[in-house]
Write a protein that binds this ligand. Structure first.
Ligand SMILES: [Zn+2]
Length: 122
């Protein structure tokens, strides 16, 4: 299952950030592009399965972000319902998808593990 491996990778990324920032994640906000092919409810299910199995107390907030494309010819941005390589306005092929295919951990809210407000980036 596609979403299961994404969920595992996401949890790994969160753990990495926890170590780096010395926090214990409580809320994690994730943005999922509509063009990424990821099913939000399936991903949410997988994430909850892992947190339950690993006894993590993380709440996930998943939001989908629309697909956006940019046409070099029109010099305009478009919001799309599905992936395309053609400008919806002038049908030019100088059309690029600029967002909506990604999966981003946007924000992590959590408690600092040690000290207060002493974040060093060493
Ligand atoms: Zn165009």
């Amino acid at each position: 299952m596609h979403e299961a491996s994404i969920a595992l990778a996401t949890i790994e990324a969160i753990k990495e950030l926890e170590r780096k920032e010395k926090i214990k994640a409580e809320k994690v906000f994730i943005e999922i592009g509509q063009g990424s092919g990821v099913n939000i409810s399936a991903l949410s299910f997988c994430l909850n399965q892992i947190t339950e199995a690993e006894n993590l107390s993380i709440k996930f907030h998943l939001t989908d972000v629309p697909i956006e494309g940019y046409c070099k010819k029109c010099d305009e941005k478009f919001t799309l319902k599905s992936l395309t390589s053609v400008c919806p306005k002038c049908e030019s092929l100088s059309f690029e998808i600029i967002s909506g295919c990604e999966l981003n951990i946007k924000e992590i809210e959590g408690e600092e593990i040690e000290g207060k407000g002493s974040i060093s980036d060493t």
